[in-house]
Design a protein around this ligand. Sequence first.
Ligand SMILES: [Zn+2]
Length: 239
Amino acid sequence: MKTKSYFIISLLAIALAFSPAISQAQSLASASSKSGVMTKDDQANLTSEAALEDLMAGNKRFVANRPDKLDMPAQVKATTTGQYPKAVILSCIDSRVPVEMVFDQGIGDVFVARVAGNTEDESILGSMEYATAVAGSKLVMVLGHEACGAVVSGINGFEAGDNVAHMLAAIEPAIEKVGGDRNSSNKKYVEEVVKTNVEMTIDDIRERSPIMAGLEKEGKIKIVGAYYDLHTGEVVLLD
Ligand SMILES: [Zn+2]
């Protein structure tokens, strides 16, 4: 009797597992959440332009509050043995610019280097060279943002020890290039310094990294600057 019950229960379990209703529910679940990740082939077939378009489309989803539903545990599992990111993004540390969220990217999609004021130094350059020349990313983006505290501190001549001085010294050339009065309460002026800082960081990347400059000349990567609007969450590309 007991054996017979088990047999019937097992049959029911098998029938349920293969019933159309269950299969449909499973396929709906996978359709509504993104569990796939960047593969080696995806990265190889991705152009720099397509990588940039992908990030900008992600930002549009972020602004519209319609981000992709990501299956994080599935993405964690799928990236265990490797990563093939689309891009490397150099951003400020600002808590209001969470880079992966801003571009609606999942696990394994982008490398992110963050330092106050989004400037380059040897470690950042080395990280970006690793991301592009070794790990195959197709896009380098330098992302500045509205009302950057590091830029404002640089404008105000904030003093707080050698390490902060070192960080602010990297922003100083942009302040000098913009010229005029150092007025951090002038929002337009701060915006101009932030954008100039992004442009000068890109110039420095090309000058200080023959590896990335070479990849760009060969058309294997693109290097772009962008600006994040704290009011709207929108990223705009800089010329
Ligand atoms: Zn900042």
